[in-house]
Design a protein around this ligand. Structure first.
Ligand code: PPS
Length: 289
């Protein structure tokens, strides 16, 4: 029987989406180009949303591409099976990619390049809730019996796909301050999507007029994406993702954890979170009281 997960250098990855050979090629042989753009996240932090925004920025707000081509073909997950080898052949620049890889397993040639990285973070309590529901519908994550079980796993274990949230975030934010690195948050996107799109355009050196900006915002809204069959993963076979149980583009709010955590769970989470983030130089939106 095929294993659901495998390990690469100690980190867990879902077998249906990647392999040791793919990750090894990506880390050691893939050639980053200076004008590449990477949409990097810990899973369930807003990857697909950023993918949509980048697709729309690329087409100057024209939604034709987003409405006619599957999102993973528009902007592939670079660690997924065969993706890196295929990307080497791509002639067009700039290339856009998504990735959930932790920094220490990322493409080595990134360090010597001017390629841009947009790293999106999300309140880890909402990441837990989103992960909990995704585990019920997909083969990429395990299903947990209760939120309580997942909270403990999230806080203490290294065995979730793509590793620990704490390590992932702490490693990537070491690049804050570099001119080719942009730290973004799901919370900022919710608070001011237009402002975030403007920031992304500035970071990418791309100028969009007001009409184009309005179109990016409109076509990357929760409702539009939920209804867009090229963006909502309904084209993925049920055997991999069964959305009859729950939609991939599920709820899309900040603070959903308040509907799922008990007071005791929230207090326990805060305690361990504060311990594990001690000394972290970045203040995140969800830490503001
Ligand atoms: S994955 O599987 O790691 O690629 O998932 P990811 O795309 O990172 O995260 C999925 C969550 O993002 C929400 N989402 C959105 N929220 C607001 N607006 C838009 N347009 C949007 N698109 C996706 C999605 O609903 C998942 O969050 P939850 O909390 O489960 O709803």
């Amino acid at each position: 029987m095929e294993m659901k997960f495998f390990k690469y250098k100690g980190t867990v990855f879902p077998s249906p989406s990647s392999s040791v050979e793919d990750l090894d090629f990506l880390e050691n042989e893939f050639k980053v180009r200076d004008d590449d753009v990477f949409n990097v996240t810990y899973p369930k932090s807003g990857t697909t949303w950023m993918l949509e925004i980048l697709s729309l920025i690329k087409t100057n707000g024209d939604p034709t591409w987003s409405k006619s081509v599957l999102n993973w073909h528009r902007i592939p997950w670079i660690e997924s099976k065969g993706s890196a080898k295929k990307a080497q052949e791509v002639k067009d620049n700039p290339r856009f990619f998504n990735s959930h890889l932790p920094r220490h397993l990322f493409i080595k040639s990134l360090s010597d390049s001017k390629a841009k990285v947009i790293y999106t973070v999300r309140d880890p309590r909402d990441v837990i809730v989103s992960h909990f529901y995704f585990g019920k519908i997909s083969v990429f994550f395990n299903e947990f019996e209760s939120i309580d079980e997942l909270i403990k796993e999230f806080l203490w274990s290294e065995e979730l796909p793509y590793g620990s949230w704490f390590d992932h975030v702490k490693e990537w934010i070491q690049l804050v301050g570099k001119e080719n690195f942009m730290l973004n948050s799901y919370e900022d996107m919710q608070k001011d999507l237009r402002g975030t799109v403007i920031k992304i355009c500035k970071f990418l050196g791309k100028e969009l007029d007001d009409t184009a900006l309005d179109s990016v915002v409109k076509h990357s809204s929760f409702k539009t994406m939920q209804e867009n069959n090229m963006s909502n993963f309904t084209q993925v076979p049920d055997t991999l993702m069964d959305q009859k149980r729950c939609k991939f583009i599920r709820n899309g709010i900040c603070g959903d954890w308040k509907n799922h955590f008990t007071v005791a769970q929230a207090e326990y989470f805060d305690k361990i979170y504060n311990e594990r983030m001690l000394g972290c130089s970045v203040k995140f939106p969800w830490e503001e009281k």
